[in-house]
Design a protein. Structure first.
Length: 202
């Protein structure tokens, strides 16, 4: 069960902001990949609310999530029907704090190391804040494909394959709505973002 918690956890940080409702795709202007990337990189304060599902081997679970990112500071809060109460992660470039309801609080300088030690998986939490916005992480090589609107369709990076199935549409650059991440044949994470909030809306 702890292993399932981490997968939920990592896809996934909480917020109080105004959400961006989807608009029809036909109303969204087409921009170049460079223009999209430049705008997305400027979104350093944001928050999402949604749901996470994870399948490992034949085990499947899901949870609600809130994720708040303010520059390098983040918080991920998970709750759902996985029988272990809430999962709370807070961190920045200096380190990470992990707390599970009814359990101890754990600290580390590396998010990947802490999650591996306490929950049994090593997943690239340091990259997820880029991937969830529809950006490759800047520190690793990657392979991408774009759709007809120059948004990410698929991304391969750091041993993960990411599929962007749908987007929310605003007047600037569309933001991911449904993302599927897989690693090998036995780990699949699905993220559905129901609400986006950006910089001055937080």
């Amino acid at each position: 069960m702890r292993h399932l918690l981490l997968g939920i956890l990592l896809i996934s940080v909480i917020s109080g902001c105004t959400s961006l409702p989807p608009v029809p795709e036909t109303q969204a202007p087409v921009r170049s990949w460079q223009e999209n990337t430049q705008w997305l990189e400027q979104q350093t304060e944001w928050a999402i609310k949604g749901k996470i599902g994870i399948r490992q081997d034949q085990q499947v679970t899901s949870a609600n999530l809130s994720w708040e990112q303010q520059y390098n500071d983040y918080r991920i809060f998970m709750s759902g029907p996985f029988g272990q109460g809430a999962v709370d992660i807070r961190g920045n470039e200096q380190g990470i704090v992990l707390k599970i309801s009814g359990d101890e609080t754990y600290y580390a300088t590396s998010p990947e190391a802490l999650l591996q030690d306490q929950l049994g998986w090593s997943l690239p939490l340091s990259n997820l804040d880029y991937w969830v916005k529809g950006l490759p992480a800047p520190t690793e090589p990657y392979i991408k494909t774009l759709d007809e609107r120059n948004l990410l369709k698929t991304l391969e990076q750091n041993s993960w394959k990411i599929q962007y199935r749908s987007y929310h549409w605003d007047q600037t650059v569309p933001l991911p709505h449904k993302i599927i991440l897989t690693q090998g044949q036995f780990l699949k994470v699905t993220l559905v973002v129901k609400e986006w909030s950006l910089n001055n809306q937080i």
